[in-house]
Design a protein around this ligand. Structure first.
Ligand code: AMP
Length: 184
């Protein structure tokens, strides 16, 4: 069970969990947000193109995002599995992901939903202090989650495992690992 998508509202702790899970499962953690931020930090052409979307909390256009993910998944370390964090973020991206994987005989094994109250995540994000963590941008990202990303949960249907994402970091990691084990 190593091809896993993590879904949850901004601030649900997906990134922290993905880092721990990636070590435990021995598969790379692929975060589209991290990939975009690296492009911005390195001032690449792609970075210059996407900066305004990250700054305002809007989604980067699908063509740009999907192509970046396609290239990342073609790298050898992703062949045996991966944890996708922050992608797909809408049903269109999920359809493209399905096509990318099926072209090499792969498929998603599970989708882990991080369940957490919106009040809790807004507090966490304000404490985190990333440049896109001011209150307006946070609110916009939450709205986009509800309208564009949450529909993925019905799209993936029975593949979704819902995990309570409130508590100690280590406990939550254990919850995810045991939920994944129960599925195999
Ligand atoms: P994250 O680190 O996942 O919170 O993402 C930070 C920002 O990167 C988002 O607010 C979007 O602007 C952009 N982003 C990350 N992943 C995607 C995606 N799959 N599709 C479009 N934009 C994305």
């Amino acid at each position: 069970m190593t091809r896993v998508v993590l879904v949850g509202p901004p601030g649900a702790g997906k990134g922290t969990q993905a880092t721990a899970l990636s070590e435990q499962l021995g598969v790379p953690h692929i975060s589209t947000g991290d990939l975009f931020r690296a492009h911005i930090a390195n001032n690449t052409e792609l970075g210059q193109d996407v900066r305004r979307y990250l700054d305002s909390g809007q989604l980067v256009p699908d063509e740009v995002t999907n192509e970046m993910v396609r290239e990342r998944l073609e790298e050898p370390d992703a062949r045996a599995g991966f944890l996708l964090d922050g992608f797909p973020r809408n049903v269109g991206q999920a359809e493209v992901l399905g096509k990318i994987l099926s072209s090499t005989g792969q498929a998603i094994d599970a989708v882990v939903e991080f369940k957490v109250d919106e009040d809790v995540v807004v507090k966490r994000l304000l404490a985190r202090g990333r440049t896109d963590d001011n209150e307006d941008v946070i609110r916009r990202r939450q709205e986009i989650y509800r309208s564009e990303t949450a529909p993925l949960l019905s799209y993936y249907g029975d593949s979704v495992i819902t995990v309570d994402a409130v508590g100690e970091v280590g406990d939550i990691t254990e919850r995810v690992l045991s939920a994944l084990r129960d599925r195999t």
